[in-house]
Design a protein around this ligand. Structure first.
Ligand code: APR
Ligand code: PHB
Length: 389
């Protein structure tokens, strides 16, 4: 088999890149190790920045998003029960769209299937060869048979545990990482959301987040110790703990019910540098991880692949290397800006086991500063809705 771009991974990064390349008339094959159903079974954050919404519209995968997604003009912060609304629209003239990542993935998969573009699911033993030369190859097994794809470029869109980053020699890559001593226990429930907008809550007992997937499906999270096990959390225990951490008047309105999903996600900040190695590019979670506090993971992935698609278009149209050379610095600048914001939201809102009374007072001062200063709120709004230079 031969293609121009071999895309490893059919998550949001790989599928969005596939769509972008298709539109540019560049041939690509997606190689994914799981089944399509497995990929669609993953539940992840669901806040789209305006620029992500615009890109999905541009790519013609917006019908369901525009019908079912919920535009939000702001978010609520809660600090020991004191509420502060951040009005994005008034502060920076932008809003965000609440639409689940699972739905974005579903829409992209459907569009790809309809277009007839090639995707190979359930590929095992995926390996990348010769990406430091001009003729990279990707090999894999499918139904017991060995296959090989010759290509011009390899796009590593295979997430944090993928083969792309792992294929790079250790001395060619630097890793910057912070692992937080807690995770998020999340619950999905078919009940009306407790509020119209998302509520990010700091509490001495730990962080909590009230989010949603639709007007009838809610998503809630609470901070738990890294060592916690899902089995220790009955639905009732979860609801009691959530009520404790949010404003009491809001807690009274909480519609509880049997969970339809419950899981714990660890929190991590992670950056790989650089993100291009010859003709191999890292994108999305393969290149960086943010803690979910700023809802940035999906938006960063979409940003990366739009930069990459632009670079590849330039290469094929003009035989210019300029975009390819610029890929790593451009992506890293956005990555670090977004890492900083996600880290800042995380440290403002969570309870840290070792921060002591001083740390807690600083968190309160940070919240009071937001309450007092329009400029501070504007900075939060600018970053949350997606800051691009
Ligand atoms: N070969 C082929 N495919 C692979 C391999 C491999 N060796 N390893 C992983 N994959 C696939 C995974 O099965 C998955 O479908 O790559 C895909 C990567 O998808 P994601 O993990 O969703 O990563 P990405 O597309 O970068 O999306 C980033 O996902 O994790 C969230 O918060 C993150 O919202 C962000 C988004
Ligand atoms: C979610 O709805 O899953 C969600 C929303 C906002 C976040 C993280 C997760 O910051």
């Amino acid at each position: 088999m031969r293609t121009q771009v071999a895309i490893i991974g059919a998550g949001p990064a790989g599928l969005t890149l596939g769509r972008l390349l298709e539109r540019a008339g560049i041939d690509a094959i997606i190689i994914e190790q799981r089944s399509a159903d497995y990929v669609l079974g993953r539940i992840r954050a669901g806040v789209l920045e305006q620029s992500s919404v615009d890109l999905l519209r541009d790519l013609g995968v917006n019908a369901r998003m525009d019908a079912e997604g919920i535009p939000h003009d702001g978010v609520e912060l809660s600090f020991d029960g004191d509420m502060l609304r951040i009005n994005f629209h008034e502060l920076v003239g932008r809003r965000v769209m609440v639409y689940g990542q699972t739905e974005v993935t579903h829409d992209l998969m459907e569009a790809r299937a309809a277009s007839g573009a090639r995707s190979i699911y359930e590929a095992s033993d995926v390996a990348i060869h010769d990406f430091d030369g001009e003729r990279p190859r990707v090999s894999f097994k499918k139904d017991g048979q060995h296959h090989e794809i010759e290509c011009d470029f390899v796009a590593g869109c295979d997430g944090f545990h993928g083969v792309s980053r792992a294929s790079v020699p250790a001395d060619a890559i630097s890793i910057f990482e912070r692992v937080y001593p807690f995770g998020w226990l999340g619950i999905l429930v078919d009940q009306r959301p407790v509020a119209e907008e998302l509520i990010y809550a700091h509490h001495a007992r730990g962080f909590a987040l009230c989010s949603m997937r639709s007007h009838t499906r809610s998503r809630y999270y609470i901070q738990v110790d890294s060592s916690e096990k899902v089995e220790n959390w009955s639905d009732d225990r979860f609801w009691d703990e959530l009520r404790n951490r949010i404003n009491p008047e809001i807690a009274e309105r909480l519609q509880t019910g049997a969970s339809i999903e419950k899981s714990i996600a660890p929190l991590r900040s992670f950056v790989a540098e650089p993100v291009r190695f010859g003709r191999l590019f890292l994108t999305g979670d393969a290149a960086h991880i943010v803690p979910p506090t700023g809802a940035k993971g999906l938006n960063m992935a979409i940003h990366d692949v739009s930069v990459l698609a632009g670079a590849l278009e330039e290469f094929y149209a003009e035989r210019s290397q300029a975009g390819i050379e610029a890929y790593s610095p451009t992506v890293l600048e956005n990555t670090w800006r977004t890492e900083r914001f996600s880290w800042w939201m995380t440290q403002l809102l969570h309870t840290f086991p070792d921060s002591g009374d001083f740390g807690r007072r600083i968190q309160r001062a940070d919240f009071d500063y937001l309450r007092a200063s329009r400029i501070a709120r504007q900075s939060l709004a600018e970053n949350y809705t997606g800051f691009r230079v």
